[in-house]
Write a protein that binds this ligand. Structure first.
Ligand SMILES: C[S@@+](CC[C@H](N)C(=O)[O-])C[C@H]1O[C@@H](n2cnc3c(N)ncnc32)[C@H](O)[C@@H]1O
Length: 234
C-alpha cells in the first residue's frame, strides 16, 4: 500500500509540468469535454465542494467556471497543486479554490462537510480505492453527491484492440517524448487494464452506502462517469 502511494506521488511529481499537455494531446482534446460533463453533474449544488486527487486543478476550475462556489482541492502530490495554483494565479475564479495537500484515503475534514465531491482519474491511483470511497462518504452531507470520472476499457469489437495498441505502445512513446518519463505512461496503460470494470466500481459504491447509482460511458467507453448520492437518512 505504502509502496503504491510512494510510487504514484513520485511519478506525478516528475511529470507535473507536462501532465496537462500529455492529457490534452493523448486524449485528442477529449479530456476537457469529459471534465465538463463530470462538473455538470454538480451544477445544482451550491457547495461547498471537494475535488479529490485534484492534480493541477483542471476539474476544480471547471466546477467554479460552471458555477462559482467554494471548492477544496485535495491532492497527495504538492507539486501538482502548486503548479496548478501558479498557473491560475491571475485567474479571477482561482479565489474560490482552496488547495489542501492530503491523502484521499484519510481525509483531513470533519464528517458532513461537503455538498458534493468529484474525483477525476484518481480512484485508479489510490492504493485502497474502497477506503477512499468510504472517506468521501463520511465527509459528504446527507443528500450530497459523488461524481467519479475514470478510465475504463472500451468494449466495441473494432475499437477495443486499436485502443489497447494506442495505450500500450503509442501513448508511452508520446508521454515519454513530452515528459521524459516513459515509465509513467507505461504505468498509465497498466493501471487502466488492471482497474476494476464499471460494474465492480458500482458495487464498491453500493457497499460504501451510496444510493441512486449511475454509470455512463463517454467516447466509446474510454472513460466512465459514476455518480452516487449519500442518502438523507445517514
Ligand atoms: C491522473 S491525476 C488526475 C488529476 C486531475 N484530477 C485531473 O483531472 O487531471 C491523479 C492525481 O491523483 C493524486 N493522488 C494519487 N493518490 C492520491 C491519494 N491517496 N490522495 C490524494 N491524491 C492522490 C496524484 O497525486 C495525482 O495528482
Amino acid at each position: 500500500m505504502k509502496d503504491k502511494k510512494r510510487f504514484v506521488k513520485e511519478k506525478f511529481s516528475r511529470v507535473t509540468r507536462r501532465y496537462d499537455l500529455v492529457n490534452r494531446v493523448g486524449s485528442l482534446g477529449r479530456d476537457a469535454f469529459w471534465r465538463r460533463k463530470a462538473a455538470a453533474e454538480l451544477i445544482a449544488f451550491p457547495g461547498p465542494l471537494l475535488d479529490l486527487c485534484a492534480g493541477t486543478l483542471p476539474l476544480a476550475l471547471e466546477l467554479v467556471r460552471q458555477r462559482p462556489r467554494p471548492v477544496a482541492a485535495l491532492d497527495l502530490t504538492p507539486e501538482m497543486l502548486l503548479y496548478g495554483k501558479w498557473r491560475l494565479r491571475r485567474h479571477p475564479l482561482a479565489r474560490y479554490i482552496t488547495c489542501v495537500v492530503g491523502d484521499a484515503e484519510a481525509l483531513p475534514f470533519r464528517n458532513h462537510s461537503f455538498q458534493g465531491a468529484t474525483m477525476a482519474f484518481g480512484l485508479r491511483n489510490l492504493a485502497r480505492p474502497r477506503q477512499g470511497l468510504s472517506e468521501v462518504f463520511r465527509v459528504l452531507r446527507p443528500g450530497g453527491k459523488l461524481v467519479i470520472l475514470e478510465f475504463s476499457r472500451p468494449q466495441a469489437p473494432l475499437f477495443a484492440p486499436l485502443y489497447a495498441f494506442y495505450l500500450r505502445h503509442f501513448l508511452p512513446l508520446l508521454g515519454g517524448w513530452l515528459t521524459g518519463d516513459r515509465e509513467a505512461y507505461l504505468y498509465l496503460a497498466r493501471s487502466i487494464y488492471a482497474f476494476a470494470a464499471p460494474k465492480e466500481v458500482l458495487s464498491w459504491m453500493a457497499e460504501t452506502g451510496f444510493e441512486d447509482l449511475r454509470a455512463y460511458p463517454l467516447t466509446l467507453g474510454v472513460v466512465t462517469i459514476y455518480t452516487g448520492i449519500k442518502g438523507r437518512s445517514v
